[in-house]
Ligand binder design. Structure first.
Ligand code: 5AD
Ligand code: SF4
Length: 498
């Protein structure tokens, strides 16, 4: 599974909801420093929502050192490239960015200034040695489990001649050593990492190698962070984990809680209107989780549940640990519990050994389920994974043709889903200003971006919106009469349109 949303949520999601200013850009929403920032920090984040969350936490860790946000890398005293390794071209992108930054760094040094350049994330974890060899101007290379050591690394980098490299999996958890989330807190819709790593070892996936073994944060720490996020204005929290529904954190009174129980406790937090989680694995959907979907109006009726393929042969080769029928049964249980649930998924075409008949089985599964949205990828070998050395590679032309056919079907389903919302009044969480004056942007329960005219004072509220038009990736509508609307008012009254 995954990620991603995002995803694990290790999913580079095209068009995924992102925190403005962090994902793929600077860190304009980094944590508040206690003193005015004296140094400027720019973080570029690729890939999944967990990387976006991590970028926020790195900003938190560096804020006490006087780092505030920079608008662009050229204006920064420190640049962090937070990388994603899930699919191909990750290292090419990184090295081309590093080449550009080398020139900026040189110019800075020519005028007596300094720029600290760090590479973080999964490419750093997987290719640390190659980065220091090919780009010796990089000062710090750090894997995803060592962010809490950043201040020490920055200090060491200012003394060291070569790069400071930290890509081990330290015995202490970074979560115990990071300051309270600040940067990640800002905004109506917040991310909260509850679980990291993966023990499932799907044939194609680097995550178990780059993010390490599965780890769940204790429930008390998660609840405390959620309460802080809500106190800082969050109305929606998306729980993140590479394998988020494998969550089994220490419970406050001893024992452990699964994700279903954790969601129940989170739903008790006053002011928290919406809960989501991503990314989950079909094997870890237990009864408690299904019951949480049934009972909690705060838990949004949208689930990203990667299946990857509809062929049992390929699912076996992928080491997914479930069949297509298992997946369909999980979907059935979830839809019985929450009839308005809409589904999203991830698919890979062209895994080694995939034949035309296997691909047809994938199309059949897509037709049977009906997805509101999905991500599909051509298989790309990731060094060190079992599939990378498997026989029967699929020719590139076949992969291309399959991807096109699958994406056409998924696009049709997505458009059909969006069209089915036109004419309905749906609860929309207003998350920020829109693109045009007088417009605000929000999210439907099914994660569609929604644009409408409304007073900015309503941002942060769930309001009823009459949907007027559907576009491929968003909806537009108008504020419907009446006061703020609880998400629960739409529950189970209308089945999911997908
Ligand atoms: N090739 C293509 N897609 C991949 N994914 C993960 N690894 C690979 C790979 N080697 C996709 C899966 C996963 C999503 C985050 O990325 O579909 O769920
Ligand atoms: Fe998801 Fe499988 Fe990768 Fe684990 S190994 S993160 S379950 S795709």
């Amino acid at each position: 599974m995954t990620p991603g949303p995002a995803p694990r949520i290790c999913r580079a999601e095209p068009g995924a909801p992102s925190r403005p200013g962090v994902m793929g850009s600077g860190i304009s929403d980094m944590g508040e420093a206690t003193a005015p920032p004296r140094k400027r920090l720019f973080i570029r984040s690729w890939g999944c929502q967990m990387n976006v969350y991590d970028s926020g936490r790195m900003a938190d860790v560096l804020a006490p050192l006087g780092y505030g946000p920079a608008a662009a890398p050229d204006a920064a005293d420190m640049v962090i490239l937070n990388t994603c390794h899930i699919r191909e071209k990750a290292s090419e992108k990184l090295f081309s960015e590093l080449g550009r930054l080398r020139a900026v760094k040189r110019e800075r040094e020519a005028t007596g200034g300094r720029m600290v350049l760090a590479v973080a994330g999964c490419v750093a974890q997987a290719e640390g040695a190659e980065i220091t060899a090919r780009a010796p101007w990089v000062d710090i290379v750090l894997g995803p489990q060592t962010y809490h050591r950043l201040p020490e690394m920055v200090a060491r980098a200012s003394r060291a001649a070569g790069a400071v490299v930290e890509t081990d999996f330290p015995a202490e958890s970074k979560f115990d050593h990071l300051p309270e989330a600040g940067a990640a807190a800002q905004g109506v819709s917040a991310f909260l990492t509850v679980q990291e790593g993966c023990d499932k070892f799907c044939s194609f996936c680097v995550v178990p190698y780059t993010r390490g073994a599965e780890y769940s944060r204790p429930a008390a720490a998660v609840l405390a962070e959620a309460r802080r996020l809500v106190a800082q204005g969050a109305r929606e929290i998306a729980l993140l984990g590479q394998n988020v529904n494998a969550y089994h954190g220490d419970a406050p009174g001893g024992g452990t809680w699964g994700l279903g129980r954790l969601l129940r406790e989170l739903a008790e937090i006053p002011g928290l209107a919406r809960l989501r989680y991503t990314t989950s694995h079909p094997r870890d959907v237990d009864d408690a989780l299904v019951e949480a979907h049934r009972d909690l109006p705060q838990l949004m009726p949208f689930l990203h549940l990667p299946v990857q393929s509809g062929s049992d042969r390929v699912l076996g080769a992928m080491n997914r640990g479930h069949t297509a029928a298992d997946f369909l049964r999980v979907v059935e249980r979830l839809r019985a519990a929450r009839p308005d649930l809409a589904l999203s998924s991830d698919f890979i075409v062209g895994h080694p050994g995939e034949r035309a008949a296997d691909f047809d089985a994938t199309l059949a599964l897509v037709r049977e389920v009906g997805f509101a949205q999905a991500y599909s990828f051509k298989y790309s070998p990731r060094p060190g994974t079992p599939a990378a050395s498997a026989p029967h590679a699929v020719p590139e032309a076949d992969k291309d043709a399959r991807l096109q056919a699958l994406q056409a079907l998924l696009r049709d389903q997505q458009e059909q889903f969006n069209r089915s919302l036109v004419g309905r009044t749906i609860p929309v969480l207003l998350t920020g200003a829109g693109r045009h004056h007088g417009q605000v942007a929000g999210r439907s329960p099914w994660l569609n971006p929604v644009h409408l005219s409304a007073p900015g004072a309503l941002i942060g509220q769930v309001v009823p919106v009459a949907v007027l038009a559907a576009h491929t990736n968003s909806l537009s509508g108008t504020l419907a009469a009446g006061a703020a609307m609880a998400d629960s008012s739409q529950r189970r009254e209308e089945p999911a349109p997908a």
